[in-house]
Design a protein. Structure first.
Length: 155
């Protein structure tokens, strides 16, 4: 079997996992934000953190490795405009994702503590959630643009 097609398939699958997991996480965290049930908020935050460990983190690693290999094997110019935009957008998405992961862990811990003490969520929860929501947009939009660039390869 052709190694290029295997790596390209791996690249596409990991891109799909990265984007799909991000969209799924955003959906469930947003739904949980609007409930008053702290158990639901904790469930969403706990599983969001788990999903990032199981799905997102490996995809974040596989994407650049497989992408660089495909550029090399495909004979693309490393400094072509569409690839330069892709590099920049991936870095921006990553720079948004890193604090988002920390925030998700913090939201999980805040809800766990509120459950253990049978107390309301502190204002920190709501402030962090808003930052989480805002940081998600550049990453989400950036990944959509990267998908377009990968398909169109505009010159």
């Amino acid at each position: 079997m052709d190694m290029y097609l295997i790596i390209k398939t791996l690249h596409i699958i990991s891109a799909t996992v990265l984007f799909g997991t991000g969209a799924g996480i955003a959906f469930f965290m947003l739904c949980a934000y609007f409930t008053t049930n702290i158990h639901e908020k904790y469930f969403a935050a706990r599983h969001t953190v788990l999903a990032d460990y199981i799905f997102t983190a490996p995809a974040v690693i596989i994407q650049p490795l497989s992408g660089l290999w495909l550029i090399w094997q495909g004979g693309y110019d490393w400094d072509s405009t569409w690839l330069m935009l892709t590099y920049i957008l991936y870095i921006v998405a990553g720079l948004c994702w890193l604090p988002v992961v920390w925030i998700q862990i913090r939201l999980k811990n805040i809800t766990r503590i509120a459950l253990e003490h049978n107390s309301d969520l502190p204002t920190e929860y709501y402030k962090l959630f808003k930052i989480w929501f805002i940081l998600g947009w550049p990453a989400f939009v950036g990944l959509m643009i990267i998908f377009f660039l990968m398909v169109a390869k505009p010159t």
